[in-house]
Design a protein around this ligand. Structure first.
Ligand code: SF4
Ligand code: SF4
Length: 402
């Protein structure tokens, strides 16, 4: 409950808000819903009011009542109508760590029993089946069966130098299983000694943070650490920026961890992968958790620019200012309509570049933008950077190509 959900730093930072409203203009949820109550400035102001009311100070000296559920619930609705994109934090002149504050605020709403029902579902799914979709976790690596020449071990080896941590979305969603399939082909071509964790891979825990269930991440973290240790691996590669960010910020520093764009740059530098000409005009969408969240803007652009024939045209908002695709913060589960409206703004901006293809580096971004483009028959292709690399790859050790 309440104040204990926040660090002292966060409580102090709440008072640093200068009310400049710069966060309003950049918020994709505010723009899509045309509702200022979804902005950081509104939420921080309300939170300060709630905190004051909870201390009893106002009750004691001014006779005001503490906020009840009837007031907390509408506020909570605004708290979860947010993609956790970090756009507000990026522009905040007061330097407030707004994303961390949002995670604590969601936890507070859960402890205060004012939260969307879907939160319970996320918690139950992860406790029961160890993946966010409540699928059979033994089927986590079933996508390997789509490879025509998969080895008998199905890429689940006893020992390997590199673990490829696939993530829930790429493991289970057919639309984006092309990402791990492409990556396996690239690793095979580059002769990378890698393994999957298979059913021993559990969700990284990121959806629990976004759901306000931070307390429940411990088991997942402990299990995943043991699973990687058991492989004797030194390195972990992530194609999901949220898994990557979760491991960077919430797991102990025991392994070398890389987002796939960083690892691919290493493979390019050592000559392990090379490219054929690929005539294609693309624009690049910075996933929030890779760009603003992890500060990685160059690695993907370097890959794109290294492929002969590929032309990169930037969107009006790019790098630190990139518009969110609408897929983060569990928003798709909680308010699919708002998520889709945010995706619309993203796709509209991509269309203005004249590019044939939007390249990104995140399975959830691919899913959100592809779903929108297919539903509304928008003529633009969306692909992950692993798929772009797969298309351009030279060398013929390429199971499943074409
Ligand atoms: S994190 Fe993104 S969606 Fe959430 S309030 Fe900030 S700008 Fe808006
Ligand atoms: S940008 Fe920062 S200081 Fe300005 S209103 Fe938003 S939260 Fe407050």
């Amino acid at each position: 409950m309440a104040q204990t959900d926040y660090t002292i730093f966060e409580i102090l930072q709440m008072d640093a808000c200068a009310g400049c409203s710069l966060c309003v203009d950049v918020c994709p949820a505010v723009s899509a819903a045309e509702d200022g109550k979804l902005s950081a400035v509104y939420r921080i102001n309300e939170l300060r009011r709630i905190m004051r009311s909870r201390t009893g100070f106002l009750q004691k000296f001014f006779g005001k009542k503490a906020l009840g559920q009837e007031l907390l619930k509408p506020f909570s609705d605004t708290v979860f109508a947010c993609t956790l994109c970090g756009g507000c934090q990026q522009v905040c002149p007061s330097g407030i760590h707004i994303k961390d504050l949002w995670l604590s605020l969601r936890q507070d709403m859960v402890h205060s029993k004012a939260y969307p029902k879907k939160v319970d579902m996320i918690g139950e799914n992860l406790a029961g089946s160890h993946n966010v979709f409540d699928e059979d976790n033994q089927e986590r690596a079933e996508w390997v069966e789509d490879l025509p020449d998969a080895p008998d071990h199905g890429f689940i080896k006893d020992q390997a130098d590199v673990v490829y941590f696939t993530g829930c979305v790429s493991s289970y969603f057919p639309m984006v299983q092309k990402i791990p399939l492409a990556l396996v082909e690239i690793f095979e071509s580059a002769r990378v000694d890698f393994t999957l964790l298979g059913e021993e891979e559990w969700c990284c825990g990121f959806p629990l943070l976004g759901a306000g269930l931070r307390d429940q991440t411990k088991d997942l973290i402990g299990h995943n650490l043991e699973a990687v240790r058991a492989k004797g691996a030194r390195k972990i590669i992530f194609s999901c920026p949220s898994c990557y960010q979760m491991w960077s910020e919430n797991y102990p520093e025991e392994f070398e961890i890389y987002h796939i764009t960083q690892f691919l740059n290493q493979l390019m530098a050592s000559g392990q992968i090379m490219f054929n000409e690929l005539p294609l005009t693309v624009t690049y969408h910075d996933p929030c958790d890779l760009g603003r969240g992890s500060g990685e803007y160059n690695a993907p652009r370097q890959i794109i620019r290294s492929i002969p024939g590929v032309e990169l045209v930037e969107m009006a908002h790019n790098r630190e200012n990139c518009l969110c695709c609408g897929g983060g913060g569990n928003l798709e589960m909680i308010d699919a309509g708002l998520s889709s409206d945010i995706a619309k703004a993203k796709i509209d901006e991509a269309l203005q570049t004249g590019a044939q293809t939007i390249v990104t580096a995140c399975q959830q971004c691919v899913r959100t933008m592809t779903t929108y483009a297919r539903r509304y028959k928008v003529a633009i292709e969306v692909m992950d950077i692993t798929q772009l690399v797969q298309k351009a790859l030279t060398g013929k050790n390429r199971p499943g190509s074409g």
